[in-house]
Design a protein around this ligand. Sequence first.
Ligand code: F6P
Length: 343
Amino acid sequence: MNIGILTGGGDCPGLNAVIRAVVRKAEKHYGMTVFGFHDGWRGILDERFEELTIERMRGTLPRGGTILGTTRDHPYMFEGGTDTVKNVCSKLDIDSVIVVGGEGTLSCALELQNDDVVNVIGVPKTIDNDIGSTEMTFGFSTAVDIATEAIDRLHTTAESHDRIMIAEVMGRHVGHIAAWAGMAGGATIVLIPEEKFNIDSVAESLTRRHNAGRYASIVVVAEGALPEEGTMELREPGVDQYGHQRLGGISNVIAEEIENRTGFETRVTVLGHVQRGGSPNPFDRVLGTRLGIAAIDAANDKNYGKMVALQNGDIMTVPLEEAVGSLKVVSPEFWDAAKNFFA
Ligand code: F6P
């Protein structure tokens, strides 16, 4: 049996662990051939691929990014795109394609399955951890490690200068990274997209804390955090070529507002893509590996249109439509626990 694999959307630590696991079990256990398409769906559209072998995958487990490359291009963007996918897969005698991606890439995979273009098996990835039906996506844990270390470092410089430090982390629609890193790093306040913030209340909390003799504060802000209606002016974010909002930088506006209201010196650190680059931590290597094994098993079982997922500590398969239809937000229970530590 021949299998295809591609990685789409933003990269994240752990992608190579998935590819390596797929290739290992495919070759060693099932005697399959795996074709790795380059740069997401682009690789199928342009017929750019390589045969992946155990030998080729050596040394890739600790490597960040994806050895296959990634883009957000997809077959529905181009005239005749779905026909090309059909033709290329039939030419290579590909039975199914393992699609490793986030919400956008997996939604496209589901559409291709439903339109009978190609059989797919999804593997969820994103540092944002916002995909439904799976407890955690690989990449998230590494991102939290990086953000937590940054917050720890900001603490000491904040204390030395009696400053407010804002750490802006990724999190487009959800605040998992902010909530986890904020809790792990002992943040004074955390702002997440799920709960609109009031800048006056934020400033009051910081002032109260300073008046009580704590002159250094860390505010963790998810890039997608939103102020309550009419309380603060934000610049309209630009969009990329796929129409996605380009976030990042909201903290600069928040810092100005805080300084104006409190009179305390405030500095901003935007962590950005540092959270996505570099080596995956052990948890993400293991999760990626387990998901990769489950994906190739699903391919062997012809269990198409499914996504492999972590549920109650076990790896399961769930219908793709169930997973892509729901955004996983920070749970009220988690947020209630986190709020106990806010100023
Ligand atoms: O979805 C993952 C993510 O890292 C978001 O947190 C962030 O907003 C976005 O990707 C950034 O995408 P790009 O690399 O295209 O700027």
